[in-house]
Design a protein around this ligand. Structure first.
Ligand SMILES: NC(=O)C1=CN([C@@H]2O[C@H](COP(=O)(O)OP(=O)(O)OC[C@H]3O[C@@H](n4cnc5c(N)ncnc54)[C@H](OP(=O)(O)O)[C@@H]3O)[C@@H](O)[C@H]2O)C=CC1
Ligand SMILES: N[C@@H](CC=O)C(=O)O
Length: 348
């Protein structure tokens, strides 16, 4: 089955999706019978192009290697903004990979609303809408009778939400704790290896881990947003961003603090958690010194980890990539394959 895609945002993750399609289209077709065709791309600075017959991902990527934007890319339609693209492109699935704003939901909130109103399936890695309006998004998709996947919003392509929803079905999940931000965990690792805070941040940005506005990472808002997503969708308890206890993220941790912790056999980590106690959710994102014997102490670089506390199985820990181009683009491909399989099964 062929699914046509409209890409909203064509930055690190959007181009990562194009790279996987460029390199693996034949494999996806042979192995899963899935053919994903990009029919539109809309990006604020890089411009917008659309072709109902499909845009070659390799040509798009080659063009951006040699030009600052897509304004001279040959295509029958150009210049559509995100909402026009969602309305006019002949896409089956809107892939929303634009900037995240966990405080307001950002433009992405409008993109998802429009996609559902137009009866499009949606895959997103954008945390904003699922932090600000998770229930509205889930209900809008259900009302529209479309598929909605957002695995990449938490721990990039590492299957956290799907594991909780599918593999831990039947267990009561009462809470979780872990490391939910790749940028800050990478920075703490590199600072321990001798880099300054600014050098470590610059490296995280150059590797595509950080948000467009990295203050969201270092102040803990990004991890807090992921706590909100997991609490609403996995614990099934309503929680708002303002209800997550947050201090200053990792902004006050200096190389001297890191050295001090080393001397006592400890390591700084930005620990995110939420627990249901007497029906109430207590959630926090706080920098903490953890002993080296704690499993979280061994989670280094852009790797993240989350432990779900379950009644029947005890603690279940998932460790894997927390950020990165290929890793997050994989989340999109995996979600697209899931939608493809669901639609095929529905056809009978
Ligand atoms: N990078 C990662 O490791 C991960 C990222 N995510 C999430 O995935 C999303 C994409 O991340 P990433 O690709 O790294 O971010 P980038 O900043 O690299 O890319 C986002 C792109 O979206 C474009 N954009 C912003 N607003 C709009 C809009 N209104 N309409 C159309 N395009 C828009 C930007 O345009 P331009 O800059 O050209 O102006 C930019 O090219 C974010 O929401 C992020 O939080 C989730 C997990 C991991
Ligand atoms: N900036 C985020 C990207 C993934 O959500 C992070 O570093 O974890």
């Amino acid at each position: 089955m062929q699914l046509k895609l409209a890409m909203i945002g064509f930055g690190v993750v959007g181009q990562g999706v194009a790279k996987i399609l460029r390199d693996r289209q034949a494999h996806l077709k042979e192995r899963y019978g899935a053919e994903f065709v990009i029919t539109a791309v809309s990006d604020v600075k890089k411009g917008a192009v659309a072709d109902p017959n499909g845009l070659d991902p390799k040509a798009l990527l080659d063009h951006l290697d040699n030009h600052p934007d897509l304004t001279t890319f040959p295509a029958p339609e150009r210049g559509w903004d995100a909402l026009t693209t969602i309305r006019k492109a002949n896409a089956d699935v809107v892939v929303e990979v634009s900037w995240t704003d966990v405080k307001t939901g950002g433009a992405a909130l409008g993109h998802l609303r429009e996609a559902f109103a137009c009866g499009k399936h949606v895959v997103t890695t954008n945390k904003g809408p699922m932090v600000v309006a998770p229930w509205e998004m889930l209900e809008a998709a259900a009302r529209a009778g479309v598929e909605f996947r957002f695995e990449g919003t938490v721990m990039s392509g590492t299957p956290v939400i799907n594991t909780a929803w599918k593999c831990l079905r039947g267990c009561e999940i009462t809470g979780f704790s872990g490391i939910l931000n790749g940028t800050t965990n990478f920075m703490l690792t590199r600072m321990e290896q001798g880099l300054t805070y600014q050098q470590a941040l610059a490296e995280a940005q150059s590797l595509g881990y950080a948000e467009a506005d990295p203050s969201g990472d270092v102040l803990g808002w990004d991890a807090a947003g992921k706590v909100v997503i997991l609490t609403n969708t996995v614990l099934r308890k309503p929680l708002k961003l303002a209800e997550v206890q947050l201090a200053s993220g990792i902004t006050e941790i200096t190389p001297a603090h890191i050295e001090e912790a080393k001397k006592t056999g400890e390591r700084w980590k930005l620990v995110a958690q939420a627990n249901v106690e007497d029906g109430t959710v207590k959630a926090s994102v706080l920098a903490q010194r953890v002993p080296l014997s704690d499993p979280l102490a061994g989670v280094m670089g852009p790797t993240n980890a989350v432990t779900f506390h379950t009644d029947l199985l005890g603690p279940v820990t998932i460790v894997g990539a927390g950020a990165g181009q290929r890793e997050t683009a994989f989340a999109v491909i995996s979600d697209l394959l899931d939608i493809h399989a669901t639609l095929l099964a529905r056809q009978g």
